[in-house]
Structure formats: C-alpha cells, structure tokens
Design a protein around this ligand. Structure first.
Ligand SMILES: Nc1ncnc2c1ncn2[C@@H]1O[C@H](COP(=O)(O)OP(=O)(O)OP(=O)(O)O)[C@@H](O)[C@H]1O
Ligand SMILES: [Mg+2]
Length: 518
C-alpha cells in the first residue's frame, strides 16, 4: 500500500505541482487503487476555488472516484498511458495518469481543472450552471473562470510528461521506502540477532560483529585499541568490556590524554612522591595504581606527547612505572584500553606516534563504524533516545513521524550517535505536550541536508521544455547517485529503457567519469 500522506510533501512533487499550477492553474490530486482521493488536506491545497469547493463535498469526491475508475478501466483496454477526459459532473477536463508498480495498479495522479480545446468559452455556460447547482457562489465561479486555461495539442505532451514525472516520483519513493523497510525487517528477523549489548544499541551487521568480538575478548586481559569517529560510542564500548570482564569489581579508570599538560599528566598517571615538585605536598597515588587489578581507559591516546608515549610504552611492556620523583618502579596489573578518533597508523607513518607503542596498544583492534555506515540503526537509536529523554522529562512517550524519521535517515550525522542523542533530547523539549515529533522540529541542518539530497529548484519561468529538461537532468543525476550509477536499476525505476537512459546520460553530460572530475 502506498502511504499517500508521505508524498504530499516531497520536494519534487511540490515543485511539479507548482509548475502545473503556475502554467495552467491545474491542481494535482492523488487517488488510491479504488479511486478514492488521497492525501487531500483541504481547500488550501487547490488553487482553483471551484475545484477546492467541490473536493470538500462527499458526493463530488464519489463522482470523481467513479470517473477515475472508469478511465482506468478504459486505459486497460487501450495502448494509451493516460487519459484526458471531461469530468461530466462539472464540465471541465481532468487528466488521469495511472500509477503502476511492478504491474500492479496502485492509484492515479490526477490533473484537475483545464480544457482541452483552445476555444472553451462556449463550454463555460455549462460549467457555470453545474457549479451553481452544487451551491458554488457566483463570486467563486467568476474567480474560477479567470483561472481556466487550455492545454492545447502543442502543450499536451509536456503536460503529460510533467504528470508522468509525478507518478514516477511517487513510484520511486514508494519503492525506496519499502525496500528500506524490508531491509530493516530482514535485519530484525536475523536469527539470534542482538540489538543491544549492555547499554549499546544497534542491530546492524557491523554492530553484530562488534558484539561478537566483545564477547570473545571479555575474558582476556589483552590490550584493546578502539578507533572510531567522534561520538561513535568508544567510551561506551570500553566500559562494557570492563564490566563484562573478571575485573568488573575493581576500578574502571578513565584518563583523557589530551586534557593535561605533560607534567601534570605524568603525575596524574603515575603519582608522585612528596616534595618532587613545587606543590607536591604529600605522596599521591597515580591513576595506574588506582586502576590496579582493574581497567585503565586511555582516551584520546593519539594526543599524547612523544615523551609521554615513551613512559606509556614502558608500563605496557614491563607492567612497571615510576612515580614522579620516586627512585624505584612500581608494578601493577591493569588492563589497558585505549581509544582515539585519529588515524594512528597514519600518525605512525608520519612519525608523530611511536610505532612500538602502536603495536603494543593494537593487540585487539576495534573499529567502531560511524553512524552513516549503519543507517539501519538510526530508527532504533532514535527510539531509544526518545524513550530515555521522555522518561527523564516525565510524561507520555513521544514518537517520530515517518517523515521526520526519513529526514534522520537522509542526514549524514557527522557527530554520530552523540549528535543523534542530542537531537532527540532537543526534540523532546521542543515538542512540549505534543506526542508526535514532526520534521519541523528537527534542526535546520538535518532538514536542509535531506533536501539537498533531493532535487532542487525546478524553474518556474521560461520555456517548459527547458524546465522539464532541467528537472529530468536533476532526477537522473540524483538517481544515478542513489543507485551507485546502476543504469539498469535506474532505468527500471524511471520506467524508461536502459538505452534511453544512456542517451539521456550522454545528453546531459552525466557520465560518471565526467561527474567525478567536475
Ligand atoms: N550504540 C550506542 N547505543 C546507545 N548509545 C550510544 C551508542 N553509541 C554511543 N552512544 C551514546 O552516545 C554518546 C557518545 O558516546 P561515547 O562518549 O561513548 O562516544 P566516543 O566515541 O567516546 O566520543 P568522542 O570521540 O567524542 O569521545 C554517549 O552518550 C553514549 O551513551
Ligand atoms: Mg570519548
């Protein structure tokens, strides 16, 4: 089933609707497979006041349904793709464009409110009578009359192309959404699949892999190096490793290696003896000692100075360290987990990170995937953070609208899970008493970036042909990007032949190599 409400606000469809509106004052409507008008959100949606008036009346909608059903039936028995016919009840014309998805009839796109012939004035008397009979005020009728235009023979093809584009866009989006949903369902079904590991949420393949790895290493004492972008959950993973290990009853100590200047960091890590420097008034235990028998999490390990790297290497190699000002080393048993968002291997190549230390740390390597690499986790994470935020705030559980969720899906999440968490907390606050969180509440950058992925600015002036070409070019470009330049797939989606698509790609200079260069 097509979820028509979703398509009402799709950028391309809005644009096409605007074009049909501004050239011919035509209104665009949708019907489902039974001819029922869908996604109609009231008068505001129709530009022609007569159509708007009629659409509010049940009898008129029923009549329209009947006419659409008849038109579709006629089309079945003909070679025509669409039908332009008189809407007998009111006397003006309607274009009916069926929507076929994988050979199933799913509904239609309707273009309402125009005339086929250039000389339609004599027909207006009939229209006036009928509209008046339905209770249309004469003022409304006059206004409607100033709007009627003809779509003559010469413009017919362009008009049809535009309506076809709408139908294709609905189709493409429907397929995209269902395949996305199928994929999520499939992941759900996966036998024994886990969507949670301690406080870690995610059921993508990559997260499953991560859980499996964590299961394997929890019993060991080996050093672990966690690498991943900002906000991907490195600290969460480190904690989980500790609390699942035999060290769980001992300390889990965190030190951010970039936060301290060298001297302070050294005394912080290794402790100092009284009088070793100004201000060292008594002996102080270092974090390594505090972490004895437990786990020591060295965060931002990529930010440690060369001097500090030498000292860390020594602890790792020998298990001993020297408090500042002490004369003999001390021994500890700690498991080291280090994390960084920098590329340590590259740093080794550039000589900014010691190779020997790198190998000491990198006994077990965990790479945490960024959120855009596992977008299928977004719904689950969003849900989880919403729930958490709502519990904290007290009050009913809120949910995202489908369109809001799609926007989240389309955004690239440079700040990863943390950014998603912040976004959900923000939404919960902004939503107030509202239960549904709609897309308008999302941050501008999320809405904008999602828009960017879609098609921009069909032109509203100038030649129809140019505008159509610009739109066609954008749709093909966007489609190529989305399908990874899979022309067969895209041609199918667009309902044209592969050869036809290749010709258009040539025409618009959308060849992959060319695009890469520009
Ligand atoms: N898979 C996940 N499930 C649930 N919450 C997560 C997940 N990953 C991250 N988070 C949450 O996102 C926030 C950021 O996670 P964390 O601090 O572990 O990331 P990080 O990789 O250490 O970030 P940074 O590089 O900025 O230090 C935390 O609030 C954490 O609880
Ligand atoms: Mg961190």
């Amino acid at each position: 089933m097509i979820n028509w409400d979703d398509f009402e606000h799709i950028h391309v469809i809005d644009k096409l609707r605007l074009i049909l509106n501004s050239w011919w004052n035509i209104d665009l409507l949708f019907t489902d497979d039974r001819g029922q008008v869908k996604g109609f959100t009231g008068k505001a949606q129709c530009k022609n006041p007569a159509t708007a008036f009629l659409m509010e009346k049940d009898a008129c909608r029923a009549n329209l349904s009947e006419m659409v059903t008849k038109a579709v039936e006629d089309l079945r028995n003909s070679d025509n793709r669409f039908s332009i016919r008189k809407w007998d009840m009111v006397g003006y014309d309607v274009g009916v464009f069926p929507l076929m998805i994988e050979n199933d009839f799913m509904g239609t796109v309707l273009a309402v409110g125009f005339f086929r012939d250039e000389n339609f004035t004599q027909k207006l008397t009939e229209v006036r009578d009928r509209l008046a009979a339905f209770g249309c005020s004469s003022e409304m009728i006059e206004k409607a009359f100033t709007m009627f235009k003809s779509v003559d023979e010469a413009e017919r093809q362009h008009f049809a192309d535009l309506c076809d584009l709408v139908a294709q866009e609905v189709k493409t989006l429907h397929l995209e959404i269902t395949s996305r949903e199928d994929r999520i369902k499939e992941l759900n079904k996966e036998l024994g699949s886990r969507f949670k590991y301690d406080n870690m949420i995610g059921k993508s393949k990559s997260m499953q892999g991560l859980y499996a790895l964590m299961d394997k290493i929890k019993g060991a004492d080996s050093t672990v190096l966690i690498q991943g972008d900002n906000g991907t959950g490195k600290e969460l993973i480190a904690k989980s490793i500790h609390y699942n290990s035999h060290r769980r009853d001992k300390a889990f100590v965190i030190q951010n290696c970039s936060a301290f200047v060298d001297n302070l960091l050294e005394s912080e890590l290794f402790g100092h003896v009284k009088g070793s420097f100004t201000g060292a008034l008594k002996d102080k235990k270092g974090l390594f000692e505090i972490a004895d028998k437990g786990t020591f999490f060295l965060d931002e390990i990529g930010d440690t100075s060369p001097q500090m790297q030498v000292k860390l290497l020594r602890v790792l190699q020998e298990g001993t360290f020297m408090p500042v000002g002490a004369t003999e080393g001390r021994k500890v048993d700690v498991r080291i987990i280090a994390a960084t968002n920098r590329n340590l291997r590259e740093m080794v190549e550039q000589g900014t990170f010691r190779e020997d230390l790198y190998y000491r740390l990198n006994v077990i390597n965990i790479r945490v995937p960024s959120l855009k690499e596992r977008k299928e986790d977004i719904p689950l994470l969003a849900e989880y953070f919403l729930q958490k935020a709502c519990e904290q705030k007290g009050g009913l559980k809120k949910t995202l609208t489908r369109r809001a969720l799609e926007k989240l899906y389309d955004y690239s999440w440079p700040g990863n899970v943390r950014e998603l968490q912040n976004e959900m907390e923000r939404c919960v606050v902004l939503a107030g008493e509202e239960i549904k969180i709609s897309e308008e509440l999302l941050s501008g950058k999320i809405i904008e970036s999602a828009e960017k992925g879609k098609i921009q600015g069909a032109r509203l002036q100038g030649k129809l042909k140019d505008a159509l070409e610009a739109l066609e070019r954008d749709m093909i470009h966007e489609g190529l990007r989305r399908t990874g330049w899979n022309k067969s797939k895209l041609a199918k989606e667009l309902g044209i032949s592969r050869a036809g698509l290749i010709m258009k790609v040539e025409k618009y200079g959308l060849d992959k190599r060319k695009m890469m260069r520009s």
